[in-house]
Design a protein around this ligand. Structure first.
Ligand code: ATP
Length: 500
């Protein structure tokens, strides 16, 4: 399922009608939320989940276009925040005249601001703020809001001009002040700070955000976690937070913060007076784990500790968060058994066997790890050993077993580890979803399906809250502007979500 061209989904704000000139209630995360309630009601049973959107971005990608390959740039523009917010390029009535302050594309810094010196035909001559004089097509210029707050705005819906340079400038201005979070309605955008900002995540901050309505305090990942948790408790309904972003943008770190916050909200004191180390030691023995240096899958980077990161605490926070989101003790045990089994599996080594191109378990250590894997996965140790040492080929006539040499046995071991790990997530999600809806799709690429579905869901979220709502408001306020058609992807969502 490929994404359709979203270019026609972009919203155009009339140039002669900057949004701040109109007397209107600013669109805040909280009033957007109240709208979601009524829409949920309308959708009734069909809406099994409430979704909260969180987009993480890598500043190196969004501000330095020369670091982005053409494809990546296009992909980002089509999938990222700017696509949802930016002003329609073609056919937009851009009222650029001599003396206008504008944004123009720049290879080094993505967008540079400048002053229009001359307009002739479809082109303009611009004096850029870095001292260059350039000529650009009028249709490629975007008006600059000269009255924009230098510190930026905490919610992108408050921007006067919703176009790519405006959005990026706002994120950048905030980022320079270490304000890495910004709302777009009730969607949170997080920019990777590439440095620890402990003051943002300490216990005081958690306390501050606990119970505060979304939008009341500065944008924060805790605010989103809080909204999801409250909605879950109040409505008895599942909630999902979609964390979307490029590789390296900070999804994992953001998710960790969310988990910590959810654990804090759950507040179940499972420690019973024991120290963190004692509790974790409660599990290391059980899963026959030990020093990470001793595990092949953990010791490749040779990096075992990070300043300010406590694996023990993160582990306990994860367990607590699992409690909160309703993963039972038994399911948690199963999850950690599988994870521990994967680590042990990585330590199973192979040596040459007696026959040509065959292999055996290398030593007693490997035998121990294989036995532990079998115990943890509750499977037969001999069958597991066979599966690692031999390849099975099924032909129409017969089933052929062929021995593997040590190198290929190691490849088979790593393949098994990857498959088990990936199945762990498929199974957890499957448990929570209606099998009817999902089974056939898993046979395709489940991961890609999830990515596409998430993108479609986010797109619909933006359609609902930015396009539909804004247009309704313009109509209500009788503002003279042309109605923009946009592609509604509800049919795509119905295909996946709707009960057949
Ligand atoms: N909020 C944050 N605070 C501090 N550092 C961060 C934060 N978010 C990301 N980082 C830094 O960026 C690095 C990459 O982030 P992370 O691993 O979360 O990315 P990712 O989106 O999960 O990547 P991938 O999709 O490739 O797994 C982290 O190792 C960390 O150094």
């Amino acid at each position: 399922m490929k994404r359709s061209n979203r270019a026609d989904c972009r919203m155009s704000v009339p140039q002669n009608c900057p949004r701040r000139q109109r007397e209107r209630k600013p669109v805040t995360p909280s009033n957007l939320n109240s709208r979601t309630h009524s829409e949920d009601d309308e959708q009734g049973e069909r809406q099994r989940h409430r979704f909260h959107g969180l987009i993480v971005e890598d500043p190196r990608l969004i501000w330095r276009r020369n670091l982005i390959t053409t494809n990546r740039k296009t992909e980002w523009k089509h999938n990222g925040i700017v696509n949802h917010l930016s002003q329609k390029r073609e056919g937009t009535p851009v009222n650029i005249i001599v003396g206008s302050h504008v944004w123009v594309e720049d290879l080094d810094v993505a967008w540079i601001d400048g002053l229009v010196l001359k307009v002739s035909g479809k082109k303009a001559e611009i004096q850029t703020s870095n001292g260059n004089k350039i000529t650009a097509e009028l249709s490629k210029l975007y008006p600059k809001d000269t009255e924009a707050a230098t510190a930026g705005v905490d919610d992108m819906t408050k921007l006067s001009y919703l176009h790519e340079p405006g959005v990026l400038q706002n994120l950048r201005a905030r980022y320079e002040l270490n304000e890495i979070y910004t709302y777009t309605g009730n969607i949170l955008i997080a920019i990777n700070p590439f440095q620890r900002l402990p003051h943002l995540y300490n216990a005081d901050m958690m306390q501050k955000y606990k119970g505060a309505p979304l939008g009341e305090l500065s944008p924060h990942v805790f605010a989103l976690g809080d909204a999801a948790y409250r909605a879950m408790m109040n409505e008895g309904k599942s909630n999902s937070i979609l964390v979307s972003g490029e590789s390296g943008a900070g999804k994992t770190e953001t998710t960790k913060m969310l988990m910590q916050y959810l654990a804090f909200l759950g507040g179940r004191s499972s420690s019973e007076g024991r120290s963190v180390e004692q509790q974790v030691l409660e599990d290391i023995e059980k899963y026959k784990l030990g020093d990470p240096k001793g595990f092949h899958y953990l010791n490749q980077s040779k990096c075992y500790e990070l300043a300010g990161v406590s694996d023990s605490r993160d582990y306990l926070a994860t367990r607590k968060a699992m409690d909160i989101v309703g993963i039972s003790e038994k399911e948690q045990e199963a999850i950690f058994r599988v994870v521990a089994a994967i680590l042990h599996l990585g330590n199973v080594d192979f040596a040459k066997g007696k026959e040509v191109d065959s292999s055996v378990l290398k030593d007693d250590k490997s035998k121990f790890h294989l036995k532990t894997v079998a115990e943890l996965l509750m499977c037969d140790a001999q069958a597991l050993e066979d599966a690692l040492l031999k390849r099975v080929m099924v032909t129409p006539e017969e089933v052929i077993k062929r021995s593997l040499d040590p190198l290929n046995a190691a490849v088979s071991r790593d393949g098994l580890a990857k498959t088990i790990y990936s199945r762990l997530f498929d199974c957890s999600i499957l448990e929570k979803r209606r099998k009817k809806l999902i089974c056939s799709i898993i046979l395709c690429s489940f991961e890609q399906f999830c990515i596409n579905f998430t993108n479609e869901k986010l797109q619909q979220h933006f359609n609902q809250h930015v396009f539909k709502m804004e247009q309704e408001e313009y109509t209500k306020e009788q503002i003279d502007w042309s109605y923009i058609e946009f592609v509604d992807n509800q049919d795509v969502l119905d295909l996946i979500e709707k009960v057949p």
